[in-house]
Write a protein that binds this ligand. Structure first.
Ligand SMILES: Nc1nc2c(ncn2[C@@H]2O[C@H](COP(=O)(O)OP(=O)(O)O)[C@@H](O)[C@H]2O)c(=O)[nH]1
Ligand SMILES: [Mg+2]
Length: 468
């Protein structure tokens, strides 16, 4: 084969998880996955590219439809083992345009062109003789092959499957396409490289590049999160009003505008991060992982992600009264985040402390007779932790989400996540950046860079942790 990168054809019976495995290994969520058998009628190639270089290529193929008839055709040509490959090639040549054998032609063509075979079975269903024709045909191709045991359901028949598969395939491995796990991925790549001697070197290189690629994605995500914090905390929202006597409605309106702008910045960052991790092709219009049940400004969000009273004090971050000319215009908290009973999650711990106001609202006189009301930059000291906590939670889930999963998920809360990454020392390092971000004046300050590194470190540790 002229191509220098390894190619693997993922083949098997319909509806056994072939396309899911292609998605997971190619880190590509545009692979068509369906629980309707036989939806794939053409083979499709999914290369894993890093910096424009193809590391390896997965071929998604239709499942076998008429394996017994194909095998019967092959066996009619009684030949010695060394000629079997030629017979398979002859089958392809003769039936190239025969719609009856479309699926077999689609899957056998790349195999005969040199792709390694990955035969997928669902080991949550019992083994059956009907698979033998498929495995026998694959054996006739004479191409290097391995079998992957997938479990679509929780039942396990892998013992009987292994006994049968072992007679046809040198290697039999278990793989769960719904789980992302760098180690599982690397270990399967290593097995794949064993199929052909000349693939060992390129696949080894792929593994190195793959790990570098992961680091890049973590870095880029951290950089987006850093941008989010900087932009959100420095955000200023303005609205014109009729006189210097600001009415309640003007205050309310500017606050609503401010909050929706902050929510939008968060959503946009989520989408960007999903794109970084190749999770963008599903449902482009909305974020894949959402916090629909947990608004950015909700008490629950403050309880799960915000600092407790104690943490605020240790960090030297207490909200206190807001000072300055705007004091009487400060939102007294009546519409803001106070109403409602603080839920059980909040308890009496004071998690809510310091989250009464977001920022002051000022009235600015502009040209004669025109006034505007302004809110921002962020004054609330707890808000940055809430925003950051949510961003980290989202990025961590995206980074560890398999490309074979297609649903939009509403993130269910793990209220212990914060404890897993937010240490006392880290809080102090974050605080000095938050302070600068909150001033809204970050021009010429290299704060974004160092903040990115902090976030990168948090993400890396969280992602690594699930692999241990
Ligand atoms: N829970 C679970 N579902 C799976 C797994 N693998 C595949 N599926 C589901 O099984 C169905 C068929 O999967 P697909 O990858 O399209 O199979 P293909 O026809 O062999 O390509 C889809 O609904 C998948 O979501 C798995 O490991 N676990
Ligand atoms: Mg498929």
């Amino acid at each position: 084969m002229i191509d220098s990168h390894p190619q693997f054809a993922v083949v098997g019976h319909p509806n056994k998880g072939k396309s899911s495995i292609v998605s997971a290994l190619a880190l590509d969520d545009s692979v068509h996955i369906s629980d309707v058998p036989g939806t794939t009628t053409k083979q499709r190639s999914f290369p894993l590219k890093v910096d424009g270089v193809i590391l390896y290529e997965l071929l998604d193929t239709p499942g076998f439809q008429r394996a017994r008839r194909v095998l019967a055709w092959l066996q009619k040509h009684e030949v010695s083992a060394d000629k079997r490959q030629d017979i398979v090639q002859k089958f392809i040549n003769v039936h190239q345009f025969d719609p009856k054998f479309n699926d077999e032609i689609q899957l056998l063509t790349p195999v005969m062109a040199g792709a390694g075979i990955i035969y997928v079975v669902d080991a949550s269903k019992p083994y059956g003789e009907e698979y033998e024709a498929e495995m026998e045909i694959l054996r006739w191709t004479g191409q290097p092959s391995m079998a992957l045991l997938n479990h679509i359901e929780d039942t396990d028949y892998s013992v009987q499957w292994k006994r049968a598969l072992g007679q046809y395939f040198k290697m039999v491995r278990t793989f769960n396409p719904m789980k992302t796990d760098r180690l599982q991925h690397i270990s399967i790549l290593e097995s794949m490289s064993q199929l052909k001697e000349e693939w060992i070197a390129p696949v080894k290189k792929s593994i190195v590049l793959f790990e570098r690629y992961q680091k890049q994605m973590i870095h880029q995500s951290a950089s987006k999160i850093s941008r989010l914090l900087e932009e959100s905390l420095g955000l200023i929202e303005k609205r014109s009003c009729d006189s210097d006597k600001v009415e309640e409605k003007d205050k309310e309106a500017v606050e609503i505008q401010y909050k929706s702008h902050l929510r939008l910045l968060e959503k946009e960052t989520q989408k960007k991060i999903e794109k970084i991790w190749n999770h963008a092709s599903v449902k482009k219009e909305q974020a894949l992982l959402t916090f629909d049940e947990l608004d950015l400004f909700s008490e629950e969000s403050a309880a799960v992600f915000g600092l407790t009273r104690k943490e605020l004090m240790i960090t030297g971050v207490t909200s206190g009264a807001m000072t300055g000319a705007g004091i009487d215009l400060v939102f007294a908290g009546h519409t803001l985040l106070l109403g409602g009973i603080i839920g059980a999650v909040v308890g009496g711990t004071g998690a809510y402390f310091g989250f009464k106001e977001l920022s002051e609202i000022k009235v600015l006189g502009q040209r004669v007779g025109t006034y505007s009301v302004q809110i921002g930059p962020m004054k609330n000291k707890n808000f940055p932790y809430i925003l950051l906590g949510r961003a980290i939670f989202h990025a961590y889930h995206i980074a560890t989400r398999s490309h074979a999963i297609r649903d939009i998920e509403d993130l269910s809360m793990d209220s212990t996540l914060k404890e897993q990454w937010l240490t006392d020392t880290l809080r102090k390092s974050l605080e000095s950046s938050h302070k600068i971000f909150r001033s809204g004046d970050t021009i010429g300050v290299e704060v974004g860079e160092s903040y990115t590194l902090l976030v990168e470190d948090i993400l890396e540790k969280l992602i690594q942790r699930i692999e241990e």
